[in-house]
Every structure is written in structure tokens, then in C-alpha cells.
Design a binder for this molecule. Structure first.
Ligand SMILES: N=c1c2ncn([C@@H]3O[C@H](COP(=O)(O)OP(=O)(O)OP(=O)(O)O)[C@@H](O)[C@H]3O)c2ncn1[C@@H]1O[C@H](COP(=O)(O)O)[C@@H](O)[C@H]1O
Length: 109
């Protein structure tokens, strides 16, 4: 298992623990306390910020904003009873399958 995958799983574990934490001392607990709509709003905002950063062409800003987006996406997954391994498994399932071929197979169904 790569170090990058380790940090995703380590972070996912912390995020699960924070669901029951004190909203006064934990940002993640505070978001859960506000509810799913608040979590989804943050994911939308962070996605927009990542897009704006990419459009601006500053590589380090793109990385920074994408980290924010991934972080909030992990909170969304946690709220939906899923985790990074579930998404990685889906990407693994798709690996090597051309998006064009996949779409053609779907349209032919
Ligand atoms: N990786 C992160 C992480 N990335 C971003 N953030 C926070 O996410 C928020 C992002 O908000 P914005 O960039 O939109 O800035 P803002 O204007 O402060 O946002 P608003 O909430 O006010 O809308 C900021 O408060 C960041 O500090 C994070 N907060 C926590 N983590 C990880 O999550 C763990 C648990 O955090 P707590 O729940 O706070 O203990 C931490 O140990 C870290 O590993």
C-alpha cells in the first residue's frame, strides 16, 4: 500500500471518529452537526474554488484547492456511509476501460 493511500485511510479514520466529537473543537464535527446540506454546500464551494484555481494556471493553488475538495469529499463520503477505499475500488474496476467504449456500451443497452 502506498504512503498516499495510507494518508487517505488515516484521514478517513479520523473523520469517522470526529463524527461524534465536540463541534466546539472539531471542524469536521461542526460540519456533521450542521447536517448533510452544509457538507454538500462545502463540497460545491471547494469544487468551484478548484476550477477557478485551475483556470488561473497556478499549479500550487490548484493542488491546495484540490486538497480542500478531496478533504470535503471524504467528509461527504463518510456522511453517506462510504470511504476512500470504496471509490478506489470503483476506479480500479474501471481501470483500462476506455471512457468512450464504456459510454458506447451504456448507450447500446
Ligand atoms: N485536512 C483537513 C482540512 N483541510 C481543510 N480544512 C479546514 O476546512 C476549512 C475550509 O474552509 P475554507 O477554505 O472554505 O475557509 P473558511 O473561510 O474558513 O471556511 P468556512 O468554514 O468559514 O466556510 C478550513 O477551516 C480548513 O482549516 C481541514 N480541516 C481538517 N483537516 C483534517 O481533518 C482532521 C480533523 O479536523 P478537526 O475535525 O478540525 O479536528 C485534522 O486533523 C486534519 O487532518
Amino acid at each position: 500500500m502506498s504512503e498516499q493511500r495510507d494518508i487517505l485511510n488515516a484521514l478517513a479514520e479520523v473523520l469517522e471518529q470526529r463524527r461524534q466529537a465536540d463541534p466546539e473543537s472539531s471542524y469536521v464535527a461542526r460540519l456533521h452537526h450542521k447536517g448533510l446540506d452544509a457538507i454538500l454546500k462545502k463540497v460545491g464551494e471547494e469544487a468551484t474554488e478548484a476550477v477557478v484555481a485551475a483556470k488561473g494556471g497556478d499549479r500550487s493553488q490548484v493542488i491546495y484547492e484540490t486538497a480542500d475538495l478531496w478533504f470535503h469529499s471524504l467528509i461527504m463520503l463518510s456522511a453517506c456511509g462510504a470511504g476512500p477505499d470504496d471509490v478506489l475500488a470503483e476506479l480500479e474496476r474501471r481501470f483500462g476501460l476506455s471512457g468512450i467504449d464504456e459510454k458506447a456500451a451504456r448507450k447500446g443497452q
